[in-house]
Design a protein around this ligand. Structure first.
Ligand code: ATP
Ligand code: MG
Length: 270
């Protein structure tokens, strides 16, 4: 595929470049076709949030990193979209938090698993859990092939980071007693609602911040880290995230008239 040149001054440049990355991930087998659509849903919510990391998201990031650093067995679940968008940062976060990476695919294909594993190894991952050649345990609450988890990974984990996750699986992970952290641009998704900590932000912005915070917070005592996590209220976080969207929509409604005047929309009709 020829690479699309996106003008430097394009107002959606970062978003379009990110889209290109997901398309490339699809072409190299990393991203499932449904992953392209899931990305589009994320883009729409990013637009509504204002395409920037809010203070609320930063607050959630701090609580999430504290939970991962103070966990006994933290694990990071990786799917195709996560791997195509933030391969380096997910490997860095895994190393800083001593949290193994586990591949988990909704649309399983061995080629996809291999492509993801290869991409993560290329950027420095040493070990990947959840692959077909590893032992597997079952989450009884789920019926799809996503029931399978690695007994040394998610199976043994107390804290799990599951970015861009589906609601059924999040509910199942909660049902088996895991502390679940997610990154999801939609504060109304089932995943967002059922998780213990939801970072309402684009994974492309959230992950580098998580890496930075994890480096800073690693020196804190476990007690102090636990206090940060316990002080976080996800219901309040999600309600305020929806408020941010409403405020943004209200501002847009007020500005639409001005934008139409600028371009004399409707004036060329004869
Ligand atoms: P749920 O199953 O939790 O109710 P859903 O069915 O609406 O959610 P899924 O396709 O299952 O959505 O999960 C993908 C989720 O990932 C969506 O909520 C989407 O907003 C979010 N998402 C997609 N791309 C990104 C991204 N780059 N950063 C953060 N979130 C994203
Ligand atoms: Mg879903």
């Amino acid at each position: 595929m020829t690479k699309i040149e996106i003008p430097l001054n394009h107002p959606r440049r970062i978003s379009l470049e990110t889209r290109e990355r997901v398309i490339e991930g699809h072409e190299s087998n990393i991203v499932a076709t449904a992953g392209l659509l899931a990305h589009g849903r994320g883009e729409a919510f990013d637009y509504l949030i204002g395409e920037k990391t809010t203070e609320l998201a930063e607050h959630a990031i701090r609580a999430a990193v504290a939970a991962m650093l103070s966990a006994d067995h933290p694990v990071i679940s990786v799917n195709g979209n996560v791997c195509s968008l933030v391969p380096e940062d997910i490997v860095k976060l895994s190393k800083i938090c001593n949290a193994p990476l586990e591949i988990n695919l909704f649309y399983y294909r061995k080629e996809r698993e291999d492509a993801i594993k290869r991409a993560l190894m290329e950027v420095g991952a040493k070990e990947i859990l959840g692959t077909h050649d590893r032992p597997s345990a079952i989450i009884p609450e789920l019926s799809s092939n996503r029931r399978k988890v690695d007994p040394n990974g998610i199976g043994a984990a107390d804290v799990i980071l599951v970015p861009l996750e589906d609601g059924d699986r999040t509910e199942a992970l909660k049902a088996i007693g895991k502390f679940v952290i997610t990154i999801d641009l939609n504060p109304m998704s089932r995943t967002a609602i059922h998780s213990d900590i939801t970072i309402v932000d684009n994974i492309t912005r959230a992950l580098p911040l998580m890496v930075e915070k994890a480096r800073d917070m690693k020196k804190l005592a476990k007690d102090e880290l636990r206090k940060i996590t316990r002080g976080f209220d996800n219901s309040e976080n999600l309600a305020m995230s929806v408020q941010i969207i409403m405020k943004h929509l209200e501002e847009s409604a007020n500005n639409i008239g001005k934008l139409r005047t600028k371009f004399k929309a409707g004036a060329n009709y004869k």
